[in-house]
Design a protein around this ligand. Structure first.
Ligand code: HEC
Ligand code: HEC
Ligand code: HEC
Ligand code: HEC
Length: 246
């Protein structure tokens, strides 16, 4: 009897440790502060974009005309409305992502459409960036870009955009599901999403951050289709400073 008890205990312990090992491998959202430490230029530029300010649109008496046109109540506070928040913050309802109960000091790094909404939840791949960056600095060693994919970094930007911009009833995007965006081409043709055009809406009060020169720390596939064009006019980035681990 005693032996069986221990056998059960052992199996349970093995099962639990396998579970935690698995959970530890899942990337979590961490907010833009972590990325911004090393990528200061992109962060500063992103802060000026409409994406960074997208959460404010959910506050009462903001964008009143647009809300009325989409049959929303312009006086209502939508900042905690489950039907809205997901597309106006970073990683809503996902591991490590934005929650309504986050303290303000933390939430400020998650409100708005953040780095990780387009590049993927960063807890694992940012460590690959750090390691690869150091190897490059020390001995010019390049690292495979595939390692980033394995750590959860996204290179299918169009798919990430579609999740918010193409998510409405009757959308040609096949993965559309509720909650939908109220701002559809039916409400106004200007809401029609054209990826090739939208991804080049770069700068202040536009959707996208500016681009800065990559030194080529990573090599190989997958290289985003638009990379070559966006890198052509890219400026030198300002030196970043790695965030200290808490
Ligand atoms: C410890 C510093 C550090 C942190 C933190 C960090 N990165 Fe990076 N990242 C780098 C370095 C170094 C490179 C290589 C740059 C180069 O090739 O010039 C890089 C490359 C990239 C690239 C281009 C990868 C490619 O295809 O070549 C993207 C996109 C990126 N980072 C986004 C992010 C995002 C988003 C976050 C936050 C989740 C983040 N980074 C966090 C240092 C960092
Ligand atoms: C599926 C994702 C999604 C959901 C859910 C969503 N939005 Fe948005 N919202 C967007 C996108 C994408 C835009 C940008 C549309 C554009 O300018 O093309 C946007 C834009 C807006 C704008 C600005 C419109 C303009 O013309 O500038 C307001 C205001 C807004 N949303 C409020 C809300 C409210 C309130 C809700 C909930 C009732 C909501 N959103 C739910 C994705 C979403
Ligand atoms: C998490 C949801 C989300 C993702 C992902 C997302 N967007 Fe947006 N986007 C929004 C919201 C919300 C707005 C409205 C911001 C505003 O009007 O202030 C917006 C606004 C924009 C605008 C400005 C629209 C205008 O009225 O001028 C552009 C351009 C844009 N997005 C392009 C993109 C592209 C390209 C991608 C993918 C690389 C992308 N977005 C990914 C939610 C998202
Ligand atoms: C709305 C989507 C979106 C958001 C939000 C976003 N990025 Fe990007 N980012 C892109 C796209 C698209 C590219 C260009 C494709 C490429 O070369 O990888 C890019 C490129 C990059 C690169 C490669 C070098 C460059 O400048 O082109 C880095 C590094 C980067 N982003 C970091 C960040 C950081 C840090 C944040 C947050 C402060 C952020 N991004 C927010 C879509 C986004």
């Amino acid at each position: 009897m005693k032996r069986m008890f221990f056998a059960v205990l052992f199996t349970a312990a093995a099962f639990l440790s396998a579970q935690t090992a698995h959970a530890a491998k899942k990337p979590a959202f961490e907010g833009y502060k972590k990325c911004g430490g090393c990528h200061k230029s992109q962060k500063d530029s992103w802060l000026e974009t409409t994406h960074a300010k997208a959460f404010d649109l959910l506050k009462p008496n903001v964008a009143e005309k647009d809300k009325k046109k989409a049959k929303l109540d312009p006086t209502k506070d939508y900042t905690a409305d489950e039907k809205c928040v997901g597309c106006h913050v970073t990683g809503y309802k996902k591991q490590g992502g934005y929650t309504d109960t986050m303290p303000e000091t933390k939430a400020k790094y998650y409100v708005g459409v953040g780095c990780e909404d387009c590049h993927g939840a960063g807890s694992l791949y940012r460590k690959v960036h750090s390691k690869a960056g150091n190897a490059f600095k020390k001995s010019n060693e390049k690292s495979p870009r595939q390692d980033l994919v394995d750590a959860g970094q996204s290179f299918d930007y169009q798919d990430e955009c579609n999740r918010c911009h193409m998510n409405y009833k009757g959308s040609p995007w096949k993965d559309a599901e509720e909650p939908y965006t109220p701002f559809t081409p039916e409400v106004d043709p200007k809401y029609k999403f054209n990826f090739d055009k939208a991804v080049k809406e770069i700068g202040k009060r536009k959707g996208m951050h500016e681009h800065f020169k990559l030194r080529g720390v990573f090599e190989g596939e997958p290289i985003p289709k638009i990379r070559a064009e966006l890198q052509k006019g890219a400026k030198e980035p300002a030196a970043g400073e790695e965030e200290k681990e808490e």
